[in-house]
Design a protein around this ligand. Structure first.
Ligand SMILES: [Zn+2]
Length: 386
């Protein structure tokens, strides 16, 4: 669904760090030796922030974010060469060394895919991601948003085996991993998933017999649609955080990032090139929203916008996602220019700076106007959507 663990980490950081005193002005590159959970790490990266207590936020050369409190720091050395992200070959080699034996690398234009599935499955993922990437970036360019080239190759790790995927991910995601079929991590900047043809409702195929056509046939079945949508949803988050729509660890409102991910999540496995159906009515989310309307409180829009609480509460999350999709759908159709203006403002936010509910509401209303009027129009509009 989404990476709850990573968001929780951010909230903890905000609470612990409190006052962030300085954003690194000129680019500063450092090597930090740190001790964490009994292990020593040496990280070279761009210094993004220094907190008042001496904690630092470092962007490593593979795109991972390291929030390092003072008590973990053993040594900090400023470096005098400019920051350089790892290229796809080097990144692939390093990831291979990190993963269990049996993994291989598949490169596409924008992705480094580490897999121990069949090669065909890795290729199928690569093709899906590249088509989504193309469709996603074109969509925003056409609406006047300045899409950035990703600074880092986009990484996906694809496990053949669900148990191995769970073992790998548990430290980061926690027990929730049991019910998540794939996720994008804000911390590592990677997607992690497993072979959907090997388990779950899509059925089983033997590894050696797997071909692109068989994979497509299996995953095009209606019962696999929800699973593929989840992978597309997570891939959308990764692209959005790497192409300049959102800044990782910034206080981007959850309704906004999730609204975009749901807006793009409808899979399109019918075409080898394009991606039909972006921005189409999302049947499941619309149905959920209609259902929610029967119990929707008058201040629903405000609670959706002001903080992320409804997304973090299991009882309210489905309604929150449905309302986030509905609002995104309404705003992109009815007020595309204002939406892009609001997107630009959010894409300028700094990491680890918390806005708070008042500021969130204010920034939204500065662009879209009075909430009550907008809410009336929103509901009228959504009732007509077929
Ligand atoms: Zn999400």
């Amino acid at each position: 669904m989404h990476n709850r663990a990573a968001y929780t980490t951010v909230l903890c950081l905000l609470a612990v760090w409190g006052a962030v005193c300085a954003t690194a002005a000129a680019e500063q590159v450092e090597r930090v030796v740190l001790q964490r959970a009994g292990r020593q790490h040496t990280i070279e990266g761009r210094l993004l922030l220094t907190a008042q207590d001496g904690g630092v936020l470092l962007m490593a050369r593979d795109g991972a974010l390291w929030a390092i409190p003072p008590e973990e720091q053993l040594e900090r050395t400023p470096l005098d060469h400019p920051f350089e992200s790892l290229g796809p070959e080097e990144l692939g080699r390093r990831l291979l060394a990190e993963l269990p034996a049996g993994f291989d690398v598949h490169h596409t234009a924008n992705y480094v895919i580490l897999y121990d599935t069949s090669r065909a499955y890795a290729q199928w993922c690569g093709s899906l991601f590249e088509r989504l990437y193309m469709a996603f970036t074109n969509f925003w360019r056409r609406r006047g948003f300045d899409i950035q080239q990703p600074e880092f190759p986009l990484v996906a790790i694809v496990f053949a085996n669900r148990d191995a995927y769970v073992r790998y991910s548990r430290a980061e995601v926690g027990e929730a991993i049991e019910s998540i079929i794939g996720y994008y991590s804000l911390r590592s900047n990677r997607m992690v998933m497993y072979d959907l043809t090997g388990s779950g409702p899509a059925g089983r195929v033997s590894r050696t017999a797997t071909t692109a056509a068989q994979i497509n046939a299996l995953l095009s079945r209606p019962e696999a649609g929800r699973q593929v949508a989840t992978i597309v949803h997570e891939a959308t988050h990764q692209i959005a955080f790497n192409c300049g729509l959102h800044i990782r660890y910034s206080d981007c409102p959850r309704w906004f990032s999730e609204g975009i991910a749901v807006y793009f999540e409808t899979p399109d496995l019918t075409s080898a090139r394009g991606w039909r159906g972006i921005g189409a009515v999302h049947r499941a989310r619309l149905a959920q929203f209609r259902d929610y309307l029967q119990r929707r409180p008058p201040n629903s829009l405000e609670t959706l916008l002001r903080d992320d609480r409804r997304f973090l509460d299991a009882k309210q999350a489905l309604d929150a996602y449905a309302e986030a999709w509905s609002l995104t759908y309404f705003l992109l159709r009815r007020y595309p220019d204002k939406y892009i203006e609001y997107l630009r403002a959010l894409s300028d936010k700094e990491p680890l700076i918390e806005d708070g509910p008042e500021r969130r509401l204010l920034e939204f209303q500065e662009v879209f106007g009075d909430l009550r009027e907008l809410d009336e129009e929103f509901l009228r509009y959504m009732l007509r959507v077929r």
